[in-house]
Design a protein around this ligand. Structure first.
Ligand code: AMP
Ligand code: GLY
Length: 422
């Protein structure tokens, strides 16, 4: 069986490594993949947004199954185009991917179907937004409507900062058309939990919960990044909370999408905050999270391809989705300076003993030499019976990976450990 995976980051590397456990897969292609993924798949130089190129490649190479992992191609309709060409696919179609593609859509969906989320107002007029901010509760949260490389959320501590944020989005268009509409919402507090789920539009199966570490520096300081590390399961996410989420968030969301004629099939990601008033949705993503996937999939005991195909075929209700009991931790190694300016092109050495646990995000092959080529370079994962052991093993493995200007947080999982013990 020939499988292709669209995307080229650490998440895609984790998906590919997991898929490879299925022995019926004879060939895996990554479009475009990266220099590190090349050890596990045939990388093809077709970009994640080049949907015509993806369809042409899939048809010409008689691809049996495609997985579209990143948000951009999903929101642009890659799954629709591949399916039209007769390629079975994992991922939501364009109509359903809007749940991530437009924050205005997702906020209105939650309001209409009583799914708990922060209170909000939507603006497409700068003056009205500024006027609203004269009296809005502070801190406040400003969100660009569309995709903004994970950077479209600004938490403003003062009215001035809030107004500046709105101006930068609506007037200066720092996120382009994504900022034509903005959501201004209530600032919530509480531990954050990521829950990825498989859904075929009828059944929803949550995966093991996880915790991201978005800030660049130890102690949750510094700028927001794409994620500096993850642990799973998330100790704040108890069975009781999971039950509440299933009843008030997961099932209602899947049903709401059906009612809107936008049935969601794929991986639906719930970004949750456990507020004093109960769990609320911070954001939906229409895809696997990065770097959540790097801790969630290593804990998946069931065969990933089988589960994905059950999602595609609408038979998830009869498919076993089992997770191991232990914990997983992933430490992201980045180029020093990320998420701002950084240098790349440094030679990467990954000891063979840890190669299986390394998910490469930003690297390229230069005359067969693997070199850094991105802000987040790779993630090092470990699984173990306890979170504590998974963390120490992950940090031991980090010592076996080298490149000049490497940077990583030293406190991944520290909060989770405290929560577990406290
Ligand atoms: P996002 O880019 O949508 O993942 O959001 C980035 C981060 O902003 C989230 O992980 C939260 O920490 C924070 N955030 C988003 N919305 C809110 C909110 N309403 N209240 C407090 N924090 C928020
Ligand atoms: N880790 C957050 C995301 O994938 O959007």
């Amino acid at each position: 069986m020939k499988v292709m995976v669209v995307g080229g980051g650490g998440r895609e590397h984790a998906i590919i490594k997991k898929l490879k456990e299925n022995k019926s897969i004879t060939e895996i292609y990554a479009l475009p993949g990266n220099g590190g993924i090349a050890a596990d798949a045939t990388c093809v130089n077709i970009g994640a947004k080049d949907i015509d190129g993806q369809v042409e490649f899939a048809v010409n190479n008689k691809i049996d199954y495609a997985v579209v992992a990143p948000d951009d191609p999903l929101v642009l309709g890659a799954v629709d185009a591949l399916q039209e060409a007769g390629i079975p696919c994992f991922g939501p179609d364009k109509k359903a991917a809007i749940i991530e593609g437009s924050k205005v859509f997702s906020k209105n969906l939650m309001k209409k179907y009583n799914i708990p989320t922060a209170k909000y107002e939507v603006f497409n007029d700068l003056d009205l937004a500024l006027e609203y901010l004269d009296t809005a509760p502070i801190p406040t949260v400003i969100k660009a409507d569309g995709l903004a490389l994970g950077k479209g959320v600004i938490i403003a501590e003062t009215r001035e900062d809030a107004k500046a944020a709105v101006r930068s989005m609506m007037e200066d268009k720092i996120f382009g058309e994504s900022g034509s509409n903005v959501v201004i919402e209530e600032f919530l507090t509480g531990p954050e939990v990521s829950v990825l789920s498989f859904t075929d539009g009828k059944t929803v199966v949550p995966m093991v919960s996880s915790m991201d570490h978005k800030r660049a520096l130890d102690g949750d300081k510094g700028l927001n990044t794409g994620g500096m590390g993850t642990v799973a399961p998330n100790p704040y996410y108890t069975e009781k909370i999971a039950d509440i989420c299933m009843k008030t968030i997961f099932r209602p969301t899947v049903e709401a999408m059906n009612s809107e004629g936008r049935s969601f099939k794929g991986c639906l990601y719930f970004g949750l905050m456990l507020t004093p008033d109960g769990p609320k949705v911070i954001e939906y993503n229409c895809r696997f999270g990065d770097p959540e996937t790097q801790v969630v999939l290593p804990l998946l005991e069931s065969d990933l391809l089988t589960v994905m195909q059950a999602v595609t075929n609408g038979t998830l209700d009869t498919c076993e989705v089992k997770f191991k009991n232990g914990s997983a931790a992933c430490v992201v190694m980045s180029s020093s300076g990320y998420p701002q300016a950084y240098e790349s092109g440094f030679e990467l050495s990954i000891d063979n003993s840890v190669a299986d646990c390394v998910y490469v995000a930003g690297a390229k092959l230069d005359d067969n030499v693997l070199k850094t080529a991105g802000g987040r370079v790779l993630g090092v994962t470990a699984t173990a019976d306890t979170l504590k052991s998974a963390l120490s093993l992950a940090y031991e493995r980090v010592e076996k990976v080298h490149f000049d200007n490497a940077f990583y947080r030293k406190d991944i999982g520290a909060k989770a450990l405290q929560a577990k013990e406290g």
